[in-house]
Design a protein around this ligand. Structure first.
Ligand code: 4AD
Ligand code: MG
Length: 483
């Protein structure tokens, strides 16, 4: 007989009927009992809601009931009945309980009390069993699914770009080296440098910092594609917005100019956020309350103007502000924090790179809505971005979100071979290594555009979690690779 004839709690809450005999499996959140009755709150992860299981201590062996402790995994079989208590409309009257896995209450680290997020990070192998992390990971799933649904419905093709690459031409960040050489005794060349010709790939290789360049090759054949894969950056930045391993979504479209690109990015973000609002209602209600509690503990000037749900609705219902880098610099130069020297990096002249304090000022104080910043100075952007006619700027766009800062980076691409190679020369990017990329500009080149969305930053925005380490199951950051 099959072991698994269980019904998921979500399904039971949606469509279970009084009188039905069902089997539930899940983890015990709490047990309250006296001589006559034991109330067990059971959770199986299918929903944030626990299901109340009611047992008669006189009908269940004491030995088994003793092992029904917080964290234990059990299988219960019984009948759905109308609940007498408040808080649920039905509950399960137990016929049998089977202990699937005990959890010694003296040793189980997760107690039915509030643990700090910092502590929970240290027990990431168990933290998904909490309401907060259960909610975060269900929302994360829904967002990932919405990403695929959005692009699939629009006729984009999902391309799997390589994780190991030999190019770091993008210059998006420090890379992680991939090698099978003996680090204690590496082969050396004539000059005494490590001889990568002896390495696995017979040249230097690293983990990818972006799938864009390969994505462009695919767009030059399939017209509209996207990637959604792991991305690695060895930046030593210990912030609440950076991971060494994160997931990035990179659509790339032939026949799109910069404005088409902005329209797509805005529509895409509004779609996936609306999807979460529609399909993750219970989890978002919980996270909305969690965020409000967290906010209440902050100083008045650090509290958000809007609650989480309000903020999500606002973003889906209002157009994003679109301004150029040049306009942003004017706003920032004349802003209060700049004049009163409150910014850590004061904005003095055109050409300055924007720090997250500036991005957040624009979004959170000035416009109070998402901002698409366009046409940055070419000096602070990548070589592949389309050069504007002014000779100074490129057709870049960054999308800035409240509480997050940069969530998307993208551009129209330079499809003119002469302009592209000239820029590569200026930046000392070797053309030989990029021959394949350059060939798309020689054979059937066309205007095209794309962007990259940091998936964890999106999940942060939607769940209201302040630290990026709390929206990926097992975060990798400098010094952290446990689990
Ligand atoms: O702005 P970035 O570096 O752009 C690119 O990599 C382009 N190739 C994208 C493209 O045009 N196809 O990165 C894109 C986004 C950022 O806006 C940010 O949301 C996220 O990726 N990101 C990170 N997220 C978490 N941890 C990090 N270390 C991140 N670095 C970038
Ligand atoms: Mg960027």
């Amino acid at each position: 007989m099959a072991f698994n004839k269980r019904i998921k709690i979500k399904h039971l809450l949606d469509s279970g009927k009084v009188g039905e005999q069902v089997t539930l499996m899940g983890w015990v959140r709490t047990k309250r009992s006296n001589k006559n009755v034991a109330f067990i709150a059971l959770n199986d992860g299918s929903t944030i809601h626990n299901y109340q299981v009611v047992a008669d201590p006189n009908a269940i062996s004491e030995d088994i009931l003793k092992k029904v402790t917080t964290g234990a995994c059990i299988k219960v079989q019984g009948e759905i009945v109308a609940s007498q208590g408040s808080g649920q409309s039905t509950e399960l009257t137990v016929k049998t309980i089977e202990i699937l896995g005990e959890a010694d209450p003296e040793k189980y680290p997760l107690q039915p009390k509030k643990h700090s997020l910092e502590f929970l990070r240290e027990i990431a192998h168990l933290r998904m069993r909490t309401n907060t992390f259960g909610a975060v990971f269900r929302v994360r799933h829904a967002l990932a699914f919405a990403v695929h649904k959005y692009f699939n419905d629009k006729g984009f093709f999902y391309i799997h770009t390589p994780i190991i690459t030999a190019s770091d031409a993008e210059g998006a960040g420090e890379t992680f080296r991939v090698t099978t050489l003996d680090l204690k005794n590496p082969p050396l060349d004539e000059k005494g440098n490590i001889d990568y010709r002896e390495d696995f790939f017979e040249r230097e290789a690293n983990l990818t910092v972006s799938g864009q360049l390969e994505g462009e090759l695919a767009a030059m054949a399939l017209s509209e594609i996207y990637t959604f894969g792991p991305t690695f950056r060895a930046e030593n930045s210990n912030t609440t917005r950076h991971l060494a391993e994160f997931w990035m979504i990179e659509p790339e479209m032939a026949f799109y100019d910069a404005e088409d690109n902005q329209d797509l990015a805005e529509n895409f973000l509004q779609y996936v956020i609306s999807y979460a609002l529609e399909y993750c209602k219970d989890d978002l209600d919980f996270l909305d309350k969690r965020a409000a509690e967290e906010d209440a503990g902050k100083k008045a000037d650090q509290r958000s103007d809007m609650g989480l749900l309000e903020r999500l609705q606002f973003v889906t219902q209002n157009d994003f502000e679109r301004i150029t880098y040049t306009e942003a610099i004017d706003i920032l130069r004349n802003s209060k924090p700049n004049k009163k020297k409150k910014f850590n990096y004061l904005i003095e002249e055109w050409g300055a790179d924007l720090q997250s304090e500036h991005e957040r000022f624009l979004v959170e104080n000035h416009f109070k809505k998402p901002v698409i910043l366009t046409d940055y100075p070419k000096e602070i952007k990548s070589f592949y971005m389309k050069q504007n006619d002014d000779g100074k700027t490129v057709a870049a766009m960054d999308i800035l979100f409240p509480g997050i800062g940069e969530i998307v980076g993208g551009s129209q691409r330079e499809e003119r071979l002469d302009k592209l190679t000239q820029r590569m020369d200026e930046l000392d990017i070797p053309q030989e290594e990029m021959w394949w990329y350059l060939e798309t500009r020689k054979f059937g080149a066309t205007p095209h555009s794309g962007f990259g969305l940091g998936f964890e930053r999106l999940v942060q925005f939607v769940t209201g979690m302040g630290n990026i380490r709390d929206v990926i199951a097992f975060p990798r950051t400098p010094g952290n690779v446990e689990f």
